[in-house]
Design a binder for this molecule. Structure first.
Ligand code: NAD
Length: 491
């Protein structure tokens, strides 16, 4: 049986308590391995190692840090297929999507490696003679990275790569559903030659390990991706301690389909965005805002296609929709189907937990669509995080935009239209961090800012150049070479 460990100060070690937990394949119930059930003592050791390593890592030339990231990118590329298979086994997403998840990690490694030779600051003229002004980026110190399970490789790389290139050292706590992928990623950093203590992995629950990282006085920043409830707790605790905090939280993303849209193109985008990763993406389309003129045609086509989607083990080529991550997640999703029914929404396809044959071994939910949903219903307001979507009819573009904006989240949105004026109105008036025109709500590229407005975040962005703003502090430097006292704003 595979037994996995924490990685602290360059060593693979058990939890100090000696306790372990199991993770099982959500499609088959087979055991993936056992993992350390760590606690505050393990976090203490990891933070101490990271604090010590920071003394050297911050001075390690950034282009050389970049070379290590390039090697990580290369190793990820070489192992893409085996990593993708392991990811599908551990959290269920179908193999093609797991390959995409690894590819995001590869892209982020190469992109951030390049930052080692850029990381631009500014130089400006001075208002005084013989004086030099510039700003440079500085690392924060030890950063705590807390990640969810739905992108078990991509999301950790979105945090680890920018943190390291900027000269921070890391304590990384992955989600308890996907600890093996975290181990694989950290093994690759070790193999690429990252010095001991720079990246530390502590596996365990949020309450025990996550909270200990959050409360540790030597952790300067928490970068957190996960649910809004946990994120709010993180924000409150971080504020009490004056810690920097970056949050990427939930979504309730909408696809608008206008009366002039290419309906078949919209159907492809909706199915991909609503049921890809079994709806367990922060950018999943869980609302379809349909112009009444095309609602019936759209729903008919969606139902026909969704009812043919094949559930199964994501490793099988024939599978369209894999399992959801756990039994409790399955129950939660199914409870929302009941809520939708009770609220009076019209269930047009799916709606059941799938238990036929081999599916009984795992956690499968049928792709589910509700029609004639009112914007105020809970299924149109709350994040479900499963293969369930809600069609909301509207009569105009103005109403569509109002409905799209009428939720507490602001991550991703999309509009299908062939009218450029409508597309630009959507770009201007939809309040989300990500917006697509004639494409679904998912599929962000790593070199643009990623994140959301309103309840989805706290104003920060991941990926692209924006990630550097999270993981660095600006230092403005003034060099006076006049040889006399010069007083800004006075002389
Ligand atoms: P979660 O909030 O349950 O867990 C996220 C992480 O926080 C896990 O590592 C967990 O162990 C840890 N955690 C739990 N309690 C904690 C505590 N008290 N202190 C510190 N850490 C704690 O979320 P999840 O179920 O893993 O992920 C799904 C959620 O993530 C969804 O809401 C989804 O929308 C969101 N998500 C957002 C983005 C984005 O970029 N906006 C991306 C992916 C997922």
């Amino acid at each position: 049986m595979a037994q996995f460990k924490n990685f602290i100060n360059g060593e693979w070690v058990d939890a100090q308590s000696g306790e372990e937990f199991e993770r099982r394949n959500p499609a088959t119930g087979e055991l993936i391995g056992t993992f350390p059930k760590s606690g505050p003592a393990d976090v203490e050791a990891a933070v101490a190692a990271a604090r010590e390593a920071f003394k050297h890592w911050r001075l390690y030339p950034a282009p050389k840090r970049g070379e290590i990231l390039y090697r990580v990118g290369q190793l990820l590329k070489e192992r893409k297929e085996e990593l993708a298979r392991e990811m599908t086994e551990e959290m269920g997403k179908v193999l093609t999507e797991a390959r995409g998840d690894v590819q995001e990690g590869i892209d982020m490694a190469f992109y951030m490696a390049g930052e080692g030779r850029r990381m631009w600051g500014q130089t400006t003229p001075s208002e005084l003679p013989n004086k030099w002004n510039m700003s440079v980026r500085k690392p924060l110190g030890v950063v705590g990275l807390i990640t969810p399970w739905n992108f078990p490789l991509a999301i950790p790389t979105w945090k680890i790569m920018p943190a390291l290139i900027a000269g921070n050292t890391v304590v990384f706590k992955p989600a308890s559903y996907t600890p093996r992928m975290a181990v694989r990623l950290v093994e690759i950093f070790e193999e690429a030659g990252l010095p001991a203590g720079v990246l530390n992995l502590v596996i365990g629950t949020g309450e025990s390990v996550g909270d200990a990282i959050l409360h540790h006085p030597d952790v300067a920043l928490i970068s957190f991706t996960g649910s809004t409830d946990t994120g709010t707790h993180v924000a409150v605790e971080a504020a009490r301690q004056g810690k920097r905090v970056s949050l990427e939280l939930g979504g309730k993303n909408a696809i608008i389909v206008m009366d002039d849209a290419d309906i078949d193109l919209a159907v492809d985008g909706i199915l991909w965005s609503a049921f890809g990763t079994s709806g367990q993406r922060c950018t999943a389309a869980s609302r379809i805002i349909a112009h009444r003129a095309i609602q019936d045609t759209l729903v008919e086509k969606l139902v026909a296609r969704a009812s043919r989607m094949r559930l199964g083990d994501g490793l099988k080529e024939t599978t369209d929709v894999g399992p959801v991550v756990s039994a409790s997640q399955l129950e939660r999703i199914h409870a929302y189907v009941q809520i939708g029914r009770e609220e009076g929404a019209e269930l047009v396809v799916g709606g059941n937990i799938a238990r036929d044959g081999e599916l009984a071994r795992g956690h499968f939910h049928e792709p589910t669509i509700f029609n004639n949903v009112k914007p105020t219903m809970r299924i149109a307001q709350e994040e479900i995080f499963g293969p369930v979507t809600a069609v909301i009819p509207v009569d105009s573009l103005d109403e569509a935009i109002e409905v799209a904006n009428g939720v507490q989240y602001g991550l991703s949105a999309s509009i299908y239209t062939r009218d450029i004026n409508k597309a630009f109105r959507a770009m201007q008036d939809i309040d989300t961090g990500i917006l697509y025109v004639n494409a679904g709500t998912i599929g962000a590229e790593i070199h643009l800012p990623f994140g959301g407005t309103k309840g989805t975040g706290n104003g920060h962005r991941e990926a692209g150049q924006a990630a550097l703003d999270v993981f660095t502090e600006w230092q403005s430097i003034y060099v006076d070479y006049s040889g006399r006292l010069q007083r800004a704003q006075i002389d």
